[in-house]
Design a protein. Structure first.
Length: 131
């Protein structure tokens, strides 16, 4: 991998506090994450839908994590092979071969940890993927 493609260490001093907190929160849920380019990349286990039973790679732009955990990211990144029947996409801040999808999380619950809310949202979106 080239220098720009090398994942940074998880808690690199170059990471902002919200990005480091997002990665730590993922780790607390048993999910390993890495920084690749301008995104935090991790995988979720699909529990429903056409991808059920598989690990689905996903990512979030570091710039969208500035308000974490009070404000969740809006855009979800997936490899272009993860498709949806209806979606708004672009390639801003995406890894090569990935698209980001506009997905509103709705009301941000405060009755459970933010990462639990986030992962439920991501899994809900993954459930809508088409094969």
């Amino acid at each position: 991998l080239g220098q720009a493609e090398q994942p940074r260490r998880l808690m690199s001093p170059e990471l902002s506090a919200p990005v480091a907190a997002f990665i730590a929160d993922l780790n607390d849920q048993g999910i390993q994450a890495s920084v690749q380019g301008s995104a935090v990349v991790y995988s979720v286990y699909a529990v429903a839908g056409s991808l059920a039973g598989t690990e689905v790679p996903t990512a979030v732009s570091m710039s969208e994590l500035a308000g974490w955990p009070a404000v969740p990211p809006h855009w979800l990144h997936f490899p272009s092979t993860v498709r949806f029947a209806a979606t708004n996409t672009d390639t801003n801040e995406c890894l090569d071969g990935w698209l980001r999808h506009s997905r509103d999380i709705g009301a941000w619950s405060t009755d459970r940890p933010p990462m639990v809310n986030w992962l439920a949202h991501v899994r809900g979106v993954v459930k809508e993927a088409i094969a």
